[in-house]
Design a protein around this ligand. Sequence first.
Ligand SMILES: Cc1cc2nc3c(=O)[nH]c(=O)nc-3n(C[C@H](O)[C@H](O)[C@H](O)COP(=O)(O)O)c2cc1C
Length: 363
Amino acid sequence: MPNSALFKPFEFKSIKSKNRIAMAPMTRTMAPNGIPGEANAAYYERRAKGGVGLIITEGTVIDRPGSKMAPDVPNFFGAAMDGWKNVVEKVHAAGGQIVPQIWHVGNVGMAKGWEPSKIDSPSGYIMPDKQNTEPMTEEDIADTIAKFAESAKAAKDVGFDGIELHGAHGYLIDQFFWKELNKRTDKWGGATIKERNAFAEAVIKACRAAVGDDFAIIIRISQWKQQDYEARLATTPDEMTEWLGGLVDAGADILHCSQRRFWTPEFEGSDLNFAGWAKKLLGVPTISVGSVGLDGEFLGAFRGQGSEVAPIDGLIKRIENDEFDMIAVGRALLSDPEWVAKIKENRAEELQAFDRRDLAVLK
Ligand SMILES: Cc1cc2nc3c(=O)[nH]c(=O)nc-3n(C[C@H](O)[C@H](O)[C@H](O)COP(=O)(O)O)c2cc1C
């Protein structure tokens, strides 16, 4: 079978995926007042029934006033946990595995009419040259770390198969990584990525202490930021080792390396992408992502663009070469819950393109 590399199991600690395909985390802002209901559970259940090995949920937030940028982003604490338990049960019954993406947005633009009582931010900057609030105090930082750990524990308690921490795309954890937004001079800041890793490492350690050694912790990271698509935290392999090595040493098991197109090389002189380099340098499992099965990248979706179906031969070659362990698929799965089954059964002519109108519904 030409796709067989994609359909080998992947197992690591508590994660036992029947194949190499993950559903990428995608915020849908459709959990009324932060509580996931039957419509959200059915949405994930359809992807599990369609053959996804590991579902990574949409970003779901910790218990801090400013952890989300809109009211209908799901919570990951309190009353929402019954809703999440229902999601987990439905996905497991359909043969899938599922981890929540645990998130805090930090200092980003908030939805109109949504005004949290407190914005959390390393140095109060929303953009490199624009300060709009106060830096987090020691107390804010300690409470935020504790709330990440509480959510991690809650994930284990309701039966999830692991967790993913959202450390990418210019949100709170990434705001600490990035020197343009982290201008602190205390132990949470510094001139090097190693120093600016401190917050992420503290979050990972607290989560690890809360869930024990055998529960898988994934961290999603990216070079690019929503504030600057060209930003880079690691410009050389050595710098990447310092950055990601610190996260692994703190207790992260799997690195989910976000890029917009999975075929873009990370450093000159090699075809390896971000996840390929991370696996080679750190020797831990990695997940790649970016425009799988589609001809346009995802930021276009927010400018109202659709994407047509594209072949996945290049992806299969990379998986066969063991460059990374899993591939996350975003928009193709948002538009087509049966995308995995169609790939597995070589029903390419039935694959659906990404239609931007699908962003408005939970189909
Ligand atoms: C509607 C939408 C919402 C997204 N929300 C999140 C999110 O909550 N967390 C995250 O890490 N990435 C998020 N992303 C990025 C995706 O996880 C993924 O990295 C990106 O879409 C590239 O994959 P694709 O080209 O297969 O769509 C989102 C993407 C889309 C299209």
